[in-house]
Write a protein that binds this ligand. Structure first.
Ligand code: SAH
Length: 267
């Protein structure tokens, strides 16, 4: 077993979920170009969440091993914040793919507004069957996106296919944590259900990467730099708003969700 939530997410439904979330954000005037958690070197520091979120992106970007002229795929690209950061930081050309058509349209506008249209582009597509030729990328980053994909091994095989030999994958996952409870905390169950995600199984991950034809270089548990501090800050930021998918305060103090970063190469 590599996924333990009861229902595997359906890509189209995930796309619709993100379309709806984007519309709600735009209506509420709270648009954020990054859709992932933060990274705090020291989780007790006073680093604001907005900065920690960019540092989380950099945990990926700085491990891609690319420079100007390289071609990078951002798999599950959201609304483009991380891809733009990667362009700025490396000079590489970024291609983003998302199952949400709304996100893709928005990300393309963002990139045009930033005057970077030649350096990044975004396409609608499904990671389970990527709309790209074999060996078209030097690197792939996947920031908290495989959590939504119904068959991780299939996605990793697709990543291998589109990577050039020697190319690199950097990803993060939300994951289960040891010791695994006999019965999951209801807040975790609810978080997975409404967010249409499954937690990755760290024990099964490395063999899965290898079955997909990738070679592991680094597997890093970054739970202590990310999850609980993120939920705490997010809960404070959100306050008592109603109508959310779930409230992050429900996960504060529930230590069943982890986060890891993995780096793998296509041999
Ligand atoms: N990496 C971005 C977005 C994370 S949210 C960021 O860090 O800001 C998860 C992203 O994965 C969304 O963009 C969603 O549309 C995308 N996604 C989920 N399932 C997908 C699939 N099957 N194919 C392509 N993209 C998918």
């Amino acid at each position: 077993m590599t996924e333990t939530a009861s229902v595997a997410p359906e890509p189209e439904a995930v796309g619709e979920l993100y379309d709806r979330l984007l519309e709600a954000e735009l209506e509420g005037g709270a648009f954020d170009p990054n859709l992932h958690i933060g990274y705090w070197e020291d989780p007790e520091s006073d680093l604001p969440r907005a900065e920690a979120v960019v540092r989380f992106t950099d945990q990926h970007v700085d491990r891609l091993g690319v420079g100007p002229g390289a071609r990078v795929l951002d798999l599950g690209c959201g609304v483009g914040g991380p891809a733009l950061r990667a362009v700025e930081r490396t000079g590489a050309h970024l291609t983003g793919v998302s199952i949400s058509a709304g996100q893709v349209a928005h990300a393309n506008r963002l990139v045009a507004d930033a005057g970077l249209a030649g350096l990044a582009e975004f396409r609608h597509g499904n990671a389970m069957a990527l709309p790209f030729d074999d060996e078209s990328f030097d690197a792939v980053m996947a920031i908290e996106s495989l959590i939504h994909m119904p068959d991780r091994e299939q996605v990793l095989s697709e990543v291998r296919r589109v990577l050039k030999p020697g190319g690199r994958l950097v990803l993060t996952e939300l994951s289960e944590r040891a010791p695994r409870p006999a019965v999951r905390h209801p807040a975790v169950e609810e978080f997975c259900r409404v967010s249409m995600l499954t937690l990755a199984d760290p024990d099964a991950y490395v063999p899965m990467l290898h079955r997909a034809g990738l070679r592991l270089r680094l597997f890093l548990d970054i739970t202590d730099h990310t999850v609980q501090r993120n939920f705490r800050d997010l809960a404070k930021q959100i306050g008592d708003v109603d109508g959310l998918l779930f409230h992050p305060r429900d996960l504060v103090g529930v230590h069943e969700v982890g986060c890891f970063l993995a780096v793998a190469d296509r041999p």
